[in-house]
Ligand binder design. Structure first.
Ligand SMILES: [Zn+2]
Length: 503
């Protein structure tokens, strides 16, 4: 019997402290597909949507591809974007609801719009209401990013939520395939119950790697519980996304079970206790640059660069990618063999105007807002000009979870002098795959220092080539020191260790 599934995707991680909003044009620079275009433009690109489509194809499901929208992490999403998504989704639903066996959604789970703190929760609730109004109780399965800020409404209005388990997100596509298999099981069997446990812990991204505590132990125990209890459909360990000033911000746990609800909740409390026992490791502190450079000088001789991790301008966390808080002071020290990448369309244009091989004097970076340092004066030679397109070297890169494997940085330039080689891009591009630099003729392997605008998502790409890696404290709205941010809605939550903020 052929099954019919409506599939849609809405993917954004929203940094609510950034001044610039995220509009339709930002989604158009990422992904906006309707109907058959979802299949034609996504199949084979290594993304979560591709994972779902491949499973559906294998099962012979008939699809109602509705709407798929995704943008890079950035500021508050404009209402018009969510309105457009819902109009199309609900229209397709009304048209096809009597033919459907299930709904599959590719979500992020940390999306905030101008008028909604919990976009996914309200979306799922509206979807469920519409199904109920038509007398339908078909399953709704949604996949989530590990950084989702999960609300009670998301769990209450979906049948099964299943989230990435690795950070960096090497398992994004695989998660979609697992979610699709879960949906397949729901066509025949009973629907499970979902339980959700919020916690007061808001961890900075640097404390959320799946290879580090507290995530490591909690994830391991979650897998052991799933293996031991056949009633458990799945357990999600949600690291949360810190840069959202919303009530549901933070670390949470949820589970779908065919068994006893209280037993499932007891598992989640056990997992929360494991997180609490390892909580200090979730709040690492970044050292100032001068201290890091002293540590660099004390390292034994070795192969490969030292990574200077600029978590405060973590592009995968939403910041502009043009912070200069490490580049500027590092150049001033006189050190050499530095590699950096800065998003700066104006400087790219200056390089294009000068031409390859020309000498240029640029004022690089810090152009988006007042939170990411000062522009850096840089005189060098335009070594390379490209259209900025490249394919990921690692198709399981964290980047594939956001954009698939084909990346477009927009017109890009490489400028170099005897101190540094700097990649300048038109679209901010997260350092999650070495193709980012290799495609532009830069070999980070041969540098002494590589400035990396990330917190954790770079690790699969950069840790294997590096001699050492240090997180450097600098200015930026993805700071690891969450006490610097003007939260208003996190009363009673922990944003540092130990101790809560608010009453
Ligand atoms: Zn994520």
């Amino acid at each position: 019997m052929t099954r019919t599934v409506l599939v849609a995707g809405l993917f954004h991680e929203t940094h609510t402290f950034l001044a610039e909003t995220t509009g339709l044009s930002d989604f158009e620079a990422g992904i906006v597909n309707f109907g058959q275009d979802i299949i034609d433009n996504t199949r084979g690109d290594g993304s979560p949507m591709d994972g779902f489509l491949s499973h559906a194809e294998g099962e012979g499901w008939s699809l109602v591809p509705s709407v798929h929208m995704a943008a890079m992490p950035s500021g508050l999403v404009e209402d018009a974007v969510v309105d457009l998504f819902e109009a199309r989704l609900f229209d397709d639903l009304e048209r096809t609801v009597d033919t459907l066996d299930g709904i599959f959604l590719v979500l992020h789970g940390a999306m905030v719009s101008q008028s909604r703190d919990d976009v996914e929760g309200t979306l799922l609730a509206a979807l469920k209401d519409r199904l109920a109004a038509r007398g339908s109780d078909i399953p709704i399965v949604a996949i989530l990013d590990l950084h989702a800020n999960v609300s009670e409404a998301m769990a209450a209005n979906s049948t099964v939520l299943t989230a990435y388990r690795q950070n960096p997100h090497a398992d994004a596509r695989e998660t979609a395939i697992r979610g699709a298999a879960m949906l397949g099981a729901l066509f025949e069997g009973p629907h499970p119950t979902q339980v959700h446990l919020a916690t007061p812990y808001v961890l900075p991204p640097v404390g959320q790697g799946s290879g580090n505590e507290p995530m490591k132990s909690v994830l391991a125990r979650a897998r052991a519980i799933e293996a031991a209890d056949p009633d458990i459909v799945g357990i999600n360990v949600m690291a949360g996304y810190a840069y959202a000033d919303i009530a549901d911000c933070g670390f949470s746990l949820n589970s779908a079970t065919h068994g006893d609800r209280e037993r499932a909740m007891a598992y989640l409390r056990e997992l929360r206790a494991i997180a609490e026992a390892n909580l200090a490791a979730g709040y690492p502190s970044d050292d100032p640059l001068d201290m890091v450079l002293r540590k660099c000088d004390a390292l034994p001789a070795g192969q490969g660069p030292v990574l200077l991790i600029e978590a405060a301008d973590n592009i995968g966390g939403g910041t502009p990618g043009d912070a200069t808080g490490i580049l500027g002071p590092l150049l001033e020290t006189g050190r050499r063999s530095i590699v950096a990448a800065i998003n700066d369309p104006a400087s790219v244009q200056a390089c294009v105007a000068a031409g390859q091989g020309a000498e240029v004097t640029l004022s690089i970076g810090a152009k988006t807002d007042g939170h990411h340092g000062e522009p850096v004066a840089f005189a060098g030679v335009v070594r390379n000009l490209t259209d900025g397109r490249f394919d990921l070297e690692n198709p399981k890169s964290h980047m594939a979870s956001m954009q698939g494997t084909r990346i477009d940085m927009g017109p890009s330039a490489v400028v170099a002098n005897d101190q540094a080689t700097i990649l300048l891009t038109t679209h901010k591009t997260a350092p999650m795959d070495l193709g980012h630099l290799h495609s532009q003729g830069i070999r980070p392997e041969d540098a002494d220092y590589v400035i990396v605008k990330a917190a954790v998502s770079h690790k699969d790409a950069y840790d294997p080539i590096a001699r050492a890696s240090f997180h450097v404290d600098s200015a930026g709205l993805c700071t690891s020191n969450l006490t610097r941010l003007p939260y208003k809605k996190l009363a009673g939550k922990h944003i540092s260790f130990p101790g809560p903020i608010g009453a």
